[in-house]
Design a protein around this ligand. Sequence first.
Ligand code: DLL
Length: 433
Amino acid sequence: MERYYQEEIECAPYEKIREIQSEKLVKQVKHVWDNVPYYRKKMEEKGVTPDDIKSVDDLKKLPFLSKADLRDAYPYGLLGMPLKDCVRIHSTSGTTGKRVVAYYTQHDIDLWEDCCARALTAAGATNEDVVQVAYGYGLFTGGAGLHGGSHKVGSLTIPISSGNTDRQIMFAMDLSATILCCTPSYAAYLGERMKELGYGPEDIPLKAGIFGAEAWSEEMRKDIEKTLGIKAFDIYGLTELSGPGVAFECSAQSGMHINEDHFIAEIIDPDTEEVLPEGSVGELVFTAVDKEAFPMIRYRTKDICKLTREKCSCGRTHIKMAKPMGRSDDMLIIRGVNVFPSQIETVLMNNGYAANYQIIVDRVNNTDTFDVQVEMTPEMFTDNIGEIEARQRKLSDDLKAMLGIKAKVSLLAPKSIARSEGKAVRVIDKRKI
Ligand code: DLL
């Protein structure tokens, strides 16, 4: 039986959701106009005032916000409430430039934790469950978000954070953890380590996992589900919009319901900024209609995916986003061809490899080089050169069929690539260094 955390809103008819969105949007635009001079200036430059915004249909009149705006306005320029009303910050793991600092009032934290509680409940969590939160705690939102959600559901929460893998396995077994929350790459590593220690899925009581914070393929899902003996649910979110729980998967496991009463989603053409019809692939843009302290309006996420309002078997009515293919800034352009790391992952996993790979791109004599290094699994490991070469050729052919360009594939011994406890680093683009 499907369980909901806030059934009335999660299963509300679409007309009702639109009504709520419109009402909240009007209020939010006024809040931002009055309290965020940075965004008010953007509105003035576009010739829009709060009076022009009467319903969701008027959303397209509003200016976009981008990461560049967040950097410009750092650290306080987009703050919507006096600091004395804020109770927490979180920050992105961004590797370049200034980090994004997001602010929360207690009201913002409550709504965020509700969103995570919806995700946990959709994955089957109740107050009988033991939830092991192995996302990082600290500035990263993963730990805090799922931790708060787990409390709201009333589950017993293990705030173990990421890392110390053998201890994770010991706790999961000794405390009978039923739900694991971490990045998909860390879940895969936990599974790998369990096997090494001689444990199989039957030795751990886990029944579900809530994995997100990075792009992961359907093939990786199947692999994790098999190794850990669980159902693996996707969860999406970003610091700017609070953190995990902007969208989450239900029992249908076919895309993530966006918490539409809090976040209005649009898909745009990233080049022309034109809003695209439902079902088109483009950049995901969100308007947070409830957030007080850090009220993002038309925030460009750079995540590439599509939306669908098709009826879902779980009974929820909120629009679904497909698994993001990746971020527009992670998309590699190699010899003029657009390549997403997730496409490479699909080919590797379809050939029986695990998600332990690295993509190395460089430019030599004005030509892009494209190397894919992937570990052999312990089962396929061999030192027979002929066999290795045949395997490399097969992967290279399959990558060519998927991408249209040739990659140099190198098979590595098991355990040659560093494992990740958080978001995995899959791409080394030496052209950018
Ligand atoms: O990654 C928040 C989060 C924590 C989500 C735990 C899910 C679970 P940031 O560090 O700000 O926040 O990174 C946000 O990560 O724009 C996407 O590019 C990517 N991302 C997040 N979830 C998914 C997902 C957290 N399920 C950025 N699939 C986003 C693909 C994801 N990409």
